[in-house]
Design a protein around this ligand. Structure first.
Ligand SMILES: C[S@@+](CC[C@H](N)C(=O)[O-])C[C@H]1O[C@@H](n2cnc3c(N)ncnc32)[C@H](O)[C@@H]1O
Length: 233
């Protein structure tokens, strides 16, 4: 496909995501102003107003974001364990977003957005607004020709670094060794982060739906925690 057509297609896709996101936001919270998003249909990149996190949750509290939250099992359990924190799920599949919404109906500190992870982290979340990101069992795209679809890239890490508070964390888990090695390589090479030693108390985290599946198959699970480091002054 010629470059211009590819760009138009990509812009259209992002724009649809943005519009859906705005609708979900308004659907979840009818008090939100319909002008919370400004949309720019230019071909290069849609411009989106940053999410007003305090307005979205109706309170100021440390923010945890589950990227590709699936059916929301982890998100909702965490939210119940830590009622003083805000939990935001990002998921691109409508049916899964609906599942999360149903699960979270009676949990006050959960919100979910149907959005693309990179778009949400890079264009929607305010700078230095997130205490912890979770990227749990991201799609591994095992075929070599599909590796370019993996979410964990330098651009992804750059966006995460901007959205995280100082000393904020990114917690990653996968059952896929090749993907894990790529994640480790990119993480160790990125000076915006330090790799944290694996905490022995990791087991306190709730098990995600996919983790349960992999555990049942006795598959090994690889984990990595990154901490955003202070800028050198
Ligand atoms: C393997 S599932 C893991 C779900 C959940 N984290 C768990 O551990 O049970 C990966 C999830 O990420 C979602 N996903 C994949 N790519 C995404 C993207 N670019 N933006 C948002 N969600 C995405 C998929 O729809 C799917 O729900």
């Amino acid at each position: 496909m010629p470059l211009q057509k590819r760009r138009q297609a990509a812009a259209l896709q992002s724009t649809l995501f943005v519009r859906d996101t705005a609708e979900i936001l308004r659907g979840l919270n009818p008090h939100l102003s319909p002008t919370i998003f400004s949309m720019d249909y230019s071909i290069s990149k849609p411009r989106v107003a940053r999410l007003d996190v305090v307005q979205f949750f109706g309170r100021k509290a440390p923010l945890h974001v589950d990227l590709g939250c699936g059916d929301g099992t982890f998100l909702c359990e965490m939210a119940q364990q830590f009622p003083k924190k805000n939990f935001l799920g990002i998921e691109r599949l409508t049916k899964r977003v609906e599942k999360v919404r149903r699960k979270a109906e009676k949990i006050e500190n959960v919100r979910v957005l149907r959005a693309d992870t990179l778009l949400a982290v890079r264009d929607l979340l305010p700078e230095c607004s997130v205490g912890t990101f979770y990227l749990l069992f991201p799609d591994p795209w095992p075929k070599r020709r599909h590796h370019c679809r993996r979410i964990f890239t330098r651009d992804f890490l750059d966006a995460i670094a901007v959205a995280l508070e100082q000393n904020g964390m990114l917690r990653v888990a996968t059952d896929h060794l090749d993907y894990f090695q790529q994640i480790e390589r990119l993480s160790c090479a990125d000076r915006q982060f330090e790799v944290e030693p694996q905490l022995p108390n990791d087991f306190i985290f709730p098990v995600t739906k996919f983790e349960r599946k992999f555990r049942d198959q006795s598959a090994p699970i690889y984990r990595l925690t990154l901490r955003k480091t202070s800028p050198v002054t």
